[in-house]
Design a protein around this ligand. Sequence first.
Ligand code: ANZ
Ligand code: ZN
Length: 801
Amino acid sequence: MKYDFKAIESKWQKIWEEKQTFRAENDYSKPKYYALVEFPYPSGQGLHVGHPRPYTALDIVSRKRRLEGYNVLYPMGWDAFGLPTENYAMKNHIHPEIVTAKNVAHFKEQIQSLGLSFDWSREINTTDPAYYKWTQWIFLQLFKHGLAYKSEMNVNWCTSCKVVLANEEVVNGVCERCGGEVVHKVKSQWMLKITEYAQRLIDDLDDVDYIERVKVSQKNWIGRSTGAEVNFKTTAGDTLTVYTTRPDTLFGATYMVISPEHPMIREKADLIKNMDEISAYQEAAAKKSDFERSEIAKDKTGVEIQGIRAINPVNEKEIPIFISDYVLMSYGTGAIMAVPAHDTRDYDFAKAFNLPIIEVVAGGDIEKEAFTDCATGVMVNSGMLNGLSVEEAKKKIIAWLEENGIGHPKVNFKLRDWVFSRQRYWGEPIPIVHCEKCGFVPVPEEELPLMLPELESFEPTDDGQSPLSKLDSFVNTTCPCCGGPAKRETDTMPQWAGSSWYFLRYCDPNNVSALAAKEALDYWLPVDWYNGGMEHTTLHLLYSRFWHKFLYDIGVVSCKEPYAKRTSHGMILGENGEKMSKSRGNVVNPDDVVNEYGADTMRLYEMFIGDFEKAAPWKDTSLRGCKRFLDRVWNLQDIVCEGDAYSPKIESSIHKTIKKVSEDIENLKFNTAIAAMMALLNDIQDAGSLTKADYRTLLILLNPFAPHITEELYELQGFDGMLNEQAWPSYDEAKCKAATVEIVLQVNGKIKAKVEVDANASKEEMAALAKENEKMQQAMEGKQIVKEIVVPGKLVNFVVR
Ligand code: ANZ
Ligand code: ZN
C-alpha cells in the first residue's frame, strides 16, 4: 500500500474535529499546561511559510504534554484590528469588517490544513465587540487608577500612514510599518503610564524563564540608570537642574547644555540677547527625530545663550550655557552639565566650540579623546575628591550635594509612557466622553462595548483627526456625569491593545460578565510556554507584561507575570538566503507544499530546516528528504514481525532515541530530535526487521512531529485506541549506552580495518581481536610489534618494525 498522505491527512483531521480531540477541558483537577504562540494578523497575503514554524514547534510541545498526561490549552485567534486592513478597505471601498472576515477565513483554512492541535472552540478575534468590550473595560480601569491620561505631546507622526506612532514603532528613524518619514508634531494624546511599572518590569524578569536575549533587550529598552540631580544657579536668578550619571566629574563641568525645547528659553527670553539665532536653531531641531539627534557620530551643533550664565556649585565658577539638539527634552531634566574630558559627545562639542577641557579622572589621554572608563581612574583637579576612585567620589559628592541642598541621588529610565491614541478607524473606540463641566468622564461600564460606528469613508483627515470625528451622531452625546452636552473621544486604540491581554481571554473565551472567570484564570495562568518573534520584545511582550501587572494589582489575576517561559524562533528565508518577498520572487506558498508533499512533510521539514532559534533558508531538496523519511517509516510495515526478535543494538538505539527526542523537544532542538529518529530508522533497516513494540514506540515519538501518518500507521498495526491517547515512552538510562561500537585498527597509524566490538570490550580483548584480523595480519607480515596502543571504544594501533 502506498503512503497516500492526502487521504490520510483529511481522514484524521476530520476524526480529531469530530472527537474534539484537542479541546482543553476546564477540569481543574488535572495538571494543566498552557502553550501559546503569538496570534497572527490576518493579512490579505495569507499564511507565510514562516508562520507554521513556531506553530508547529509548540504543537509538538502540546502533543507531547498530552501524551504525558496534561490537560493542555493550545489556543489560536486573530489580532485583526489595524492599518493594513484599513488601508486595503479604503483603496477597494470594502468595509474593514468584511475584509477581516475574508482574511480570517482564508488564514484559518490554511492553518487547519497543517493539522495543528489548536482548541478551535476557544478561537478569539480582537475585532469582535464581545472581545473588545473587555479591551475597553481594561482601559477604563487604567483610567480610573490614574494610569491613562490625555496630554499635549510631542509625538512621532508618520507622514505616510498619517498616524501617531509609539516610540517602539519608530525604527531607525522611520515608520516600522511603512518605512515612511517620521516627524514631530504636538498633539493631544491618550497616554498609558507604563513608566510607573518600569522598575517592576525589570525586577520580575528574575522570576521568569525567558531566553537571555529577550531579557537583555527588555532591560536595555527600559534603560534604568542611576546618578544624581544637581542644581546649578544661573545669573538670571533661577536654577537649572541637570541629571548626571557621573556626579563625580562635577569639577570638570566647564559648560552646560540645555535642550532646544527647554522651558528656560521661553521663561528668560527677555534676558537672552541672541533670541533670533536661538529661535532659528530651535526650528531646525524640531524637524529632526530623537534618533538622528542622539547619534554619537553626528557633527555637534549648537548656540551659546548670550546674557545668562550658570555657576558650577563646587567651585562657584561661571560657565556658559548652550542649546544643542544632542540634549533631548524627553530624558532626565532636558539639561546637562557638560564634562568634555570624560564624555564623548561633550568632548566633540567642546572641540567644535573651543571650550575648556579639564581632566578630573586621571588614566586616559584627553589630548586625544574623552576618558570614559570609570573602573580604573583616580580623581584629580577635584578638591575634596582628589585621590579617590570614581565609585568613592560618587558617594562622597552625592553626600556633599545632599548636605548642602544642591542635589540628590536619582534613578532614571529611558522608557517613556505609551502613546495610546491612534487617529484611525479600524480600532477599539476609546470609551471616554469629554464634558466642558466635568472634564474626561468614562463611558459607564454597563454601556460597553462602545461600538465602532458605521462610516461612509475611513480616510483620516490631513490635520490628523480621527475619521470618527466626522460622524456627528457619534461625537455628540450627553455627559454620563452631569447629563449635559458632551463630546465623545474620537481616537481609537493602537493595534497593541487587543494583544495585551488575549491570553487571558482564551482561558474563558465566552464569558459575558467578566474578561474571564477567576477560577479559569487561576487554573490556567501563567502561560507555561510562550513563543514569539524577537521583534515583539519591546512592544507586545512589554505591553502585555505591563497590563498583566496592572490586572494583578487590581485583583483580576493572581500571578505577577503572564508568561513563565518565553522563547523565540528564527525567520525562514528564501532559497537564496534572503527574506522572502514578492519582489525577490522567492516566496514559497505553504498551500503548494501541503498539496504536493502533505502537511506531515511540511511540519517535519519546518522543524528540520535548522536550529529553531536561527534564520534558515528554504531548500526544496531537504524538503524532499523529509518526505522520503516518512515514506520509509511507512514502509517499515513490511518488516514488522510479530514476536520479539530481540536485538541488543536496536534496543539500545530505541532507548537512546527516546531520551534524545524527549530532551531535544524541551530544549528547542527539534532538528536534532528528527535527526535522531532518522538514525534510528537506519539502524532498524540495517537490522532488517523490527518488533511491533518497537514500531509502536517509534510512532509515538514521531507523532508530535507528523501526527497524521503516525495515527494511520498506529491504526493499521491494530494497536488499541488512538495514538493521541497513549503515554509518552520512558527510557532506561543504562540501555542508552551503545551495545557495540565501531573501532579502527591501525598499523603505524594507518587505518587497515574497521570492526564492531562490544562497547564494554577491554583493552586486552580489543588487542586480541586486532591480531586475529586478516587485514592487520597482512599489513604486519614479517614485522615485529614494538608497541601496542589501545584506546577503548575507539582504536587499536600497532607500531611495527
Ligand atoms: C555629566 C557626565 C559626565 C555624563 C560624564 C556622562 C559622562 P544614561 O546612562 O543614558 O542615563 N544626559 C543626561 N540627560 C540627557 C539628555 N536629556 N539628553 C542627552 N544627554 C543627557 O546617560 C546619562 C548621561 O547622559 C548624563 O550624565 C548626561 O551626561 C547625559 F563623564 O552628565 B552625564
Ligand atoms: Zn458633565
